[in-house]
Ligand binder design. Structure first.
Ligand code: ZN
Length: 251
């Protein structure tokens, strides 16, 4: 890691964090993030540039407005520091590359979402993506708000993720979702449930079997595997076909 680049990236992270703070406060309130200039929410005094220096200003003013001493949330310097740390981590992990930029952007948006949730008290959604280059992608989407459920956003993100990673040549994609207590969908099943290609199943032994099987690069369809039929559907192919949401014809 180049020391001068490290300092520059940290400073850039602070600047982006500062802008993110503006977004976190203004976007949920429908205020433009460009205009007007920042002012104290209490006394409305405009904040001069020297009181707007990331992290430093908050520490020097000890978290209070210069004019009315109104408390300024520690969220301001926390978000700035976290964004700078995020940018540095991406640089340390990926070097000075496009991957580092992508990872920074993704993390930046995630930070914005998380702190907007905290600011407004409204629960939004939270997507997490973890990539192992060219091989495996982990994609998690948590949605708390029932509006998202009705808009099928979770499903859209899941299916678009599947298409995207298939096109990019990923061999494995692990999808996960979690739901809040008041999400209707959660009440429809308990614990983990997965789709085995034929029907929904909550049998974790079956899931382990399927993952093991995938790693052996199978050359036949799951239903053609004698072992699978015996262990997981009592050898009764017709009953399994009947339980499927698809029309399955057995010969
Ligand atoms: Zn003030």
């Amino acid at each position: 890691m180049d020391p001068r680049l490290t300092v520059a990236i940290f400073a850039l992270g602070l600047a982006f964090g500062s802008f993110l703070n503006v977004c976190i406060y203004r976007l949920p309130r429908g205020i433009s993030v460009i205009h007007p200039r920042s002012s104290c929410p209490q006394c409305r005094a405009l904040i001069p540039f020297y009181d707007n220096i990331p992290v430093m200003s908050w520490l020097i003013l000890r978290g209070r407005c210069r004019h009315c001493r109104h408390a300024i949330s520690p969220r301001y310097f926390i978000v700035e520091l976290l964004t700078a740390a995020l940018f540095l981590l991406c640089y340390a992990q990926f070097g000075f590359t496009l991957s580092a930029v992508k990872c920074s952007v993704f993390g930046f948006l995630l930070l914005g979402l998380i702190f907007t949730d905290a600011e407004t008290g409204a629960e939004l959604g939270n997507a997490t993506l973890y990539l192992e280059p060219d091989q495996i992608a982990y994609y998690y989407y948590a949605f708390y708000d029932l509006n998202y459920y009705s808009r099928n956003l979770g499903m859209h993100m899941m299916t678009s993720a599947v298409t995207l990673f298939a096109q990019r040549g990923y061999q494995f994609l692990y999808l996960g979702s979690c739901y809040s207590e008041n999400a209707l969908y959660k009440t429809q099943f308990s614990g983990a449930e997965f789709f085995n290609g034929i029907r929904w199943s909550a049998n974790l032994d079956e899931l382990k079997y399927l993952i093991r099987r995938e790693q052996q690069e199978p050359r036949q369809h799951l239903l053609e595997a004698e072992e699978y039929r015996q262990v997981f559907c009592d050898g009764d192919l017709a009953a399994l076909a009947a339980a499927s949401r698809f029309q399955v014809r057995t010969k």
